[in-house]
Design a protein around this ligand. Structure first.
Ligand code: ZN
Ligand code: FE
Ligand code: FE
Ligand code: ZN
Length: 264
């Protein structure tokens, strides 16, 4: 079973559960490693209401320490962050990266300009938007994030489909620039199983994206994006099937921002 590196803690204000319960579920699910990657602080604060504050970083490391203590060597505990890719944010990300010997950093696009388009609170804005234009904006932004070289794992590649706003026809035109950027950057993508539990009812990214990524030699991890202990390792069997169907034979493990592969 692969590692599960994309998981949250209650510090982000929209996740629940004690570290001990997350570790217990990680052991029960049989994943290789449990990685914690909560929503990173973002300046200027308060930036929004769904992330930890900068002053809560010590509490974050205490939370990770509790997980480690409970695991007691039964499963490796890794630590990273899920960072937001925003225009002009490079310096802040570099600062966060230097704060700690992270095992990995996940880069995610949740914002297009001032709009966190995956937040159900702003669904009305989708109704007023041209879906093709939003997709173009999203994929341009996602590709710039890949090109920044600041992240180890690219989060939920087609999150823009979350509420099922999807352009008609073949989506390859949106995927291709991102695939090219991934291939030349050497960065890793995730299959994020949380998508199966959102209105789109499909893991991120779609099989079409996954096939292109595999053909281009883009390495893979599988993630649950857990916001509660019961979600750790959720739908990994299904995700492994998807990965194999796309041609993948291995997934990646991270330690101190170095990666190695393990067979699927
Ligand atoms: Zn979250
Ligand atoms: Fe996210
Ligand atoms: Fe997440
Ligand atoms: Zn996420």
């Amino acid at each position: 079973m692969p590692a599960d590196y994309h998981t949250h803690t209650p510090l982000c204000r929209h996740a629940t559960g004690e570290p001990e319960a997350f570790v217990d579920q990680a052991l029960a699910a049989g994943i290789t490693e449990y990685g914690i990657s909560d929503h990173a602080p973002q300046v200027p604060e308060p930036f929004d209401e769904w992330r930890m504050l900068d002053e809560e970083m010590p509490a974050y490391f205490e939370w990770v320490e509790r997980a480690r203590k409970h695991a007691g060597g039964r499963i490796p505990i890794r630590v990273g962050l899920e960072c937001d890719w925003l225009e002009g944010n490079e310096e802040w990300i570099a600062q966060l990266a230097a704060r700690h010997p992270w095992d990995y950093l996940i880069g995610s696009v949740h914002y297009l300009g001032d709009w966190d388009f995956d937040n159900p609170k702003w669904l009305g804005r989708w109704a007023e938007s041209d879906v093709d234009a939003v997709w173009s904006h999203y994929w341009k932004t996602y590709t710039r994030m890949i090109d920044s070289g600041l992240f180890d794992i690219m989060g939920h590649p087609d999150l823009v489909k979350k509420f099922s706003h999807i352009p008609a026809g073949d989506l390859t035109r949106f995927y291709e620039p991102a695939i090219d950027a991934l291939a030349s950057s050497g960065s890793v993508i995730e299959i994020n199983t949380a998508g199966w539990h959102k209105p789109c009812a499909e893991a991120y990214p779609a099989p079409g994206f996954l096939e292109l990524a595999c053909s281009a030699g883009v390495p893979l991890v599988i993630s649950s994006d857990s916001h509660a202990p019961s979600e750790i390792g959720r739908d990994f069997a299904k995700a492994i099937e998807w990965a194999k169907a796309a041609g993948y034979r291995e997934t990646q493990l991270f330690e101190k921002r170095k990666r190695r592969s393990e067979m699927l």
